[in-house]
Design a protein around this ligand. Structure first.
Ligand code: PMP
Ligand code: GLU
Length: 402
């Protein structure tokens, strides 16, 4: 018998991460010998570039493997401060940088340090699955505003203004967006910047995909709009996506010194420093040759074009052109409410995705996890062969619904 343990009530509203759950389900089916193609996790299929691995391997001979400064190695924080200062056209000091165990950890520390019970954070939907749950874990209240597919999922300044209350602390801006791949234009960023100042907000700029932008898309930094915006922007960034370093678990935050110090206090009482060897690898990633980034970006771009073309060829499926990150976010709402040959009804996108993985042998993430029911997310950070075969499976499975 299992001993009945009462779990803390702060977890009551918290859901498990659906992106990780779909990925784990596909991995389990594969381990059981079932041939599933997974478009689940947002994780590059590339190996970490050789020079980064070599730097980590060499460091093992030089005493790596100790605690470091809680905030991260000074040399690494200097490199991050230099890069972010250049990208965001503002002066960031190494003391304003906190290195954590992935950008997810950075965001968690951030919400814990920022929010009092009942403080509100505006989150544009479709959103990355973890923002609302992290805000709630920190005692805050996520306030969701909805970007429309026909506007390329961008939210407007008017929507942000209307969502503000006396408790609003911050706006989350994930640019390029997971899950939609949308990239905000200069005009959209400037309009949001204006309302941020008017409403006296902070911006949490999650830039984890900023180097993965394609075609005529261009990453525009909200911090670079003006010194006033730079003061109000908390930058969240990391190496997982850009350098195919998901498993190394390094992300970072740059922002106002008192906030970074508060976050470091939390980190010092929870995880201490992020892994020493992973920090060394990150330093090599940021300061070494950058051709690997361009090469991976080019491959993602080719896969993006192919995936979108194949998705658009499926009857009753529409798909906006993603301009950044590595996700396609097609609208499958036509298939909700339809029946399988055996008579099972697809009541919602979660059920549809369950059926797709079990019967269609293709794993995609339901849009409702991102606040966008009826849509699904497919990662194209996988091989061209998987894209062709997997979208083929999706098309054949959907054709069976009537
Ligand atoms: N932000 C966004 C938008 C993400 O998609 C992810 C995960 N892929 C993260 C943050 C966290 O990334 P990591 O913890 O691997 O740095
Ligand atoms: N962020 C990636 C994704 O959206 C990895 C999984 C996660 O951390 O949620 O798929």
């Amino acid at each position: 018998m299992t001993f009945p343990i009462k779990i803390a009530s702060r977890l009551d509203p918290i859901k498990p991460s659906i992106t990780l759950a779909v990925t784990a389900k596909a991995a389990k089916l594969k381990a059981d010998g079932i041939d599933v193609i997974s478009f689940g996790a947002g994780e590059p299929d590339f190996d970490t570039p050789a020079h980064i691995k070599a730097a980590a391997a060499a460091s093992l001979e030089k005493g790596v493997g100790k605690y470091t400064d809680v905030s991260g190695l000074l040399a690494l924080r200097k490199a991050i401060a230099a890069e972010l200062s250049a990208v965001h056209n503002t002066k960031i000091e190494p003391d304003q940088v906190l290195v954590s165990a992935g950008a997810k950890h950075s965001l968690f520390n951030l919400f814990m340090a920022l929010l009092d019970s009942g403080d509100e954070v505006i989150i544009p939907a479709p959103y990355w699955v973890s923002y609302p749950d992290m805000v709630m874990l920190a005692g805050g209240r996520p306030v969701i505003i909805e970007g429309k597919a026909e506007d390329d999922f961008a939210v407007t300044a008017e929507q942000v203004a209307a969502a503000c209350s006396g408790r609003t602390r911050a706006l989350v801006l994930n640019n390029p967006s997971n899950p939609t791949g949308a990239v905000y234009t200069q005009a959209q960023i400037e309009a949001l910047a204006k309302v941020v100042v008017e409403k006296d907000l902070l911006v949490i700029s999650d830039d984890i995909y900023r180097q993965l932008v394609y075609g005529d898309g261009k990453y525009v930094s909200i911090a670079a709009v003006s010194p006033e915006l730079a003061k109000r922007t908390i930058l969240v960034d990391g190496v997982s996506k850009t350098y195919a370093m998901t498993g190394w678990r390094i992300g970072y935050t740059a922002g106002p010194l008192p906030l970074i110090k508060a976050m470091a206090k939390i980190q010092g009482q929870s995880t201490s420093n992020p892994t020493h060897i992973a920090q060394v690898a990150t330093l090599a990633a940021l300061t070494g040759p950058q051709d690997c980034v361009g090469e991976m970006r080019k491959a993602f771009d080719e896969r993006r074009v192919e995936m979108v073309k194949l998705l658009r060829a499926i009857p009753h499926v529409s798909c906006r052109e993603p301009k950044g990150a590595f996700y396609a976010f097609p609208d499958l709402s036509h298939y909700i409410g339809k029946k399988t040959a055996e008579g099972a009804i697809m009541d919602d996108d979660v059920q549809l995705c369950d059926w797709l993985v079990e019967v269609g042998k293709v794993a995609v993430v339901p849009g409702s996890g991102f606040g966008a029911p009826g849509f699904v997310r497919l990662s194209y950070a996988c091989s061209m062969q998987n894209i062709r075969d997997g979208v083929g499976r999706l098309a054949s499975a959907l054709a069976k619904l009537s």
